[in-house]
Each structure stands twice: as structure tokens, then as C-alpha cells.
Write a protein that binds this ligand. Structure first.
Ligand code: URA
Ligand code: CA
Length: 433
């Protein structure tokens, strides 16, 4: 078999056989196939696409390129929730303990944030003492005992994807549905999920800016998952404005606690109940979405979800007093109100730009090496559709630096106020099963 012929075949719009995909991924991972041939193939895939069978084969070859996590020692159906990334997306912090409180096992491998989106591990580390450096046997023990644990990236998962993603990044081939879908799904499958709930974001703060692109990505990932024996569904949710009110690590932990107590922001609560119900049904802990939602709401109201969060934090070294007393976390020195310059309805809060503003305060990483400040961030007092009086606070800036003129300017540029009434955006745009 020759890589030249595989490139030619895809260039001419033909489907690749399983053997050809195996030849490509194995050869590229071990260095036999050079970058220039791999990039030519990626460009051919970009223009000619792949059918469902090719996409599934590509995904499973990337899974096979490295280690996989064996979660079979954990009782029950392991459902993973994956978000394609957003601003102020606090859902994982809430969903872990929330569904675990219904005995759904949550064995979560998480990462750190980069750019305008935050990472789950960074957020959890805002709780003093909390750490994810546990070994695999402890991880499995904790999930069996408490039903929830979070571990940092371990092992050499999907090296083919790492190498290919780096190549796509510099050859203008990131934005291809079959390549994105196989990249994301390979990581989820290698991490051991039996079933997968995808939260595909759409809008300014999302990887996919338009609904059509988000839907195509969701359909591609669901098709791959179901084809390779992992029950998969997707929710397409709004990321035109930040989710909830808090953006920033300690602020999002506080928001998660509020939500677990049943008084979180409306949009964040609704999205957690939507995703959570799907997880509970896939795990076989409820017969219908309505029953699942009712049970989740019950555990928010009776304190069981919060208690589960405290147990989870404590079992990984965290100071669980945080659930009643947020002051155990670091607080920013300056709290500055961003006052509305005019009266009217909030028309737009551009999600990715607000994420960048939070990053400028130190809440996120500009590069992989950046050190982040867990205390700083933004708290939205108004959301799209709300009425605001001139002089009233649009949001509160939590900063550890005195000079924040550049941040304020960015915020003013990206929050628009209209004299006409504005509707809040639709939160859940669609579902794909
Ligand atoms: N995120 C991924 O993990 N892979 C892609 O290809 C794009 C976004
Ligand atoms: Ca939030």
C-alpha cells in the first residue's frame, strides 16, 4: 500500500477502505508517513469529506494509536458528558455531583483551560487543597465509593490525534467536520465512556459559530458514537452570551454551589437539568427524561446534590466547608462595577470577547505556560434581554490589579444596549439522537 495512492483516491472523492485508514494512522503515528503527505490527505478530506463508515474507522484507529482507560472495574454504565467548549460553562462542576447523587457513576478525566474558555480542573483547584493528581486505582475506588471523581490527563491517549491536530492547526484543515468529529470522539472513547452526552455549543463563544455547522458536527459525532457501540446523543446549546453569570474559577465554583442548592442562574440550571436528564436515562437510572428531571430537581432541593459535592471535594483533598462558606476561597482585591452608559435592553454580550476580558484579568491562559489567578473574573448582573438603567451595574469586575481600563474598554465594546425590547436567546436549539 502506498500513501500516494490513498491521497489520490481521496482527492478524487472516493471512500477509503478500513485497511487504508489503518495504514495512514499507523504510519503517521510511528513516523513512516511524513507530515507533507498527511497534510495533503487532510486537505483532500477537507474538500471531499468522509462517509459515516470512514469517520467511524478513522475514530477507532486513533483510539487504537495509544492507551485506553479501562473503567470496567466501575459498576454501572459510565456516562461521560462532553462540551465543545464555551465561556463561563460551569456545567461539569454541577453535573458531576448532581447525577452522582442519583448513583450514576461519573469517572471524569478533565483538562485545563486555554484561551477564552476555562478548564474544569482549574476551576476545581480554586477550592483550597483540591487536587486531581490521584492514581488510577484510587480514581476507580473513589468512583465506586462516592460515584464521582475527577482525574487529570493520564497515559498516552490518542497520540495520533495529538499529532494530527498539531498538523491541521498549521495547514488550515482544523475546520473539517469529519476531522473534528473523529478527533473529539476518539478522546472520549479512549477515556472509557460507555455512553456519551455531547453539549455542542453554538454562537460567538463557540468553536462552531453558526447553528448549521453546530448541527452538522453534532450529527457527525452522534453517528460515530452509535456506530461504534457507544450510546451517544447531543444537545445543541446557546453560546452567543456566556452561560450563567460567573466567568472565572472561584466565581464559577460559587455559581456551581448556588446551582446545586437550587438557586443558580436560570439558563445554567436549565442546561444542567437538560443534560443531566439525558445522562440519567442513558445510565439506566430513570425510565424517562421527565422522571430523571424530577429526581434531579428533588436532589437539588433536599440537599443531596450539595452533600455529594462536599464529599467529592473532601475525598480529593479539598476544603469542603466551601459549600457553606465561599470565603475559604481566595477573593479578588478590587470589585469594580461596570456601569451602563445608557438605559435600555441588553441586546448582546459577545461570549468569546468576555472570555478574553476575563483572561486579561488573569482568569485564563493566553499560552500553555501562563499562571492563572483563581480569584479574578466577571460576574454578569444583567443578561441578554434584561432592562438596565443608565448608571446601573451591567457586571462586576473582580480584579487583583488596579488599572483595568483596557478590560473595561473591551467590555463596553462587546455589550450592546438597545432602546427596543430584546428577547433572551433560545437556550437549547436542538437535540440529535
Ligand atoms: N477540538 C478537538 O478536540 N479536536 C478538533 O479537531 C477540534 C476541536
Ligand atoms: Ca458560568
Amino acid at each position: 500500500m502506498r500513501m500516494y495512492d490513498i491521497i489520490t483516491k481521496k482527492r478524487d472523492g472516493k471512500a477509503l477502505t478500513p485497511e487504508e485508514i489503518t495504514f495512514f494512522i499507523e504510519g503517521y503515528t510511528n513516523g513512516d508517513i511524513p507530515d507533507y503527505q498527511a497534510s495533503a490527505l487532510c486537505m483532500a478530506i477537507f474538500f471531499q469529506d468522509m462517509n459515516d463508515e470512514e469517520r467511524a474507522n478513522l475514530t477507532m484507529e486513533m483510539v487504537k494509536s495509544g492507551d485506553t482507560i479501562d473503567l470496567s472495574a466501575i459498576e454501572g454504565i459510565k456516562v461521560d458528558k462532553h462540551s465543545t467548549g464555551g465561556v463561563g460553562d460551569t456545567t461539569t462542576l454541577i453535573l458531576g455531583p448532581l447525577v452522582a447523587s442519583l448513583d450514576v457513576p461519573v469517572a471524569k478525566m478533565s483538562g485545563r483551560g486555554l484561551g477564552h474558555t476555562g478548564g474544569t480542573i482549574d476551576k476545581l483547584e480554586a477550592v483550597p487543597g483540591f487536587h486531581v493528581e490521584i492514581d488510577k486505582s484510587e480514581f476507580i475506588e473513589l468512583v465506586n465509593k462516592n460515584k464521582v471523581s475527577v482525574i487529570g490527563q493520564t497515559g498516552n491517549l490518542t497520540p495520533a490525534d495529538k499529532k494530527l491536530y498539531g498538523l491541521r492547526d498549521v495547514t488550515a484543515t482544523v475546520n473539517s467536520i469529519p476531522l473534528i468529529a473523529s478527533s473529539i470522539m476518539s478522546k472520549k472513547i479512549a477515556a472509557g465512556a460507555d455512553a456519551i452526552v455531547l453539549d455542542v455549543k453554538t454562537g460567538a463563544g463557540a468553536f462552531m459559530k453558526t447553528f448549521e455547522d453546530s448541527k452538522a458536527l453534532a450529527e457527525a459525532m452522534v453517528a460515530i458514537g452509535n456506530r461504534v457501540g457507544r450510546n451517544t446523543m447531543a444537545v445543541i446549546s446557546d453560546m452567543s452570551q456566556p452561560l450563567g453569570r460567573a466567568i472565572g474559577n472561584a466565581l464559577e465554583v460559587q455559581e456551581a454551589i448556588d446551582t446545586l442548592k437550587g438557586h443558580g442562574p436560570e439558563d445554567l440550571t436549565e442546561l444542567c437539568l437538560t443534560l443531566g436528564s439525558q445522562m440519567v436515562v442513558l445510565a439506566g437510572k430513570a425510565d424517562s427524561l421527565d422522571e430523571a428531571r424530577e429526581k434531579l430537581q428533588e436532589n437539588m432541593n433536599n440537599g443531596k446534590a450539595l452533600e455529594k459535592f462536599a464529599t467529592f471535594l473532601q475525598s480529593q483533598g479539598g476544603d469542603s466547608r466551601v459549600v457553606e462558606d465561599p470565603s475559604v476561597m481566595e477573593e479578588a482585591t478590587y470589585k469594580v462595577e461596570l456601569e451602563a452608559k445608557e438605559s435600555g435592553y441588553v441586546e448582546e454580550i459577545v461570549a468569546d470577547e468576555l472570555g478574553t476580558a476575563a483572561m486579561m484579568l488573569g482568569a485564563g491562559r493566553a499560552t500553555k505556560e501562563s499562571v492563572i489567578d483563581l480569584a479574578v473574573g466577571l460576574y454578569l448582573n444583567k443578561k441578554v434581554g434584561d432592562y438596565v438603567e443608565a448608571g446601573e451595574s451591567l457586571l462586576t469586575i473582580h480584579a487583583n490589579q488596579e488599572d483595568i481600563e483596557d478590560v473595561k474598554q473591551k467590555l463596553y465594546e462587546n455589550i450592546t444596549i438597545s432602546s427596543n425590547k430584546v428577547d433572551a436567546p433560545t437556550l437549547v436549539h436542538d437535540m440529535v439522537t
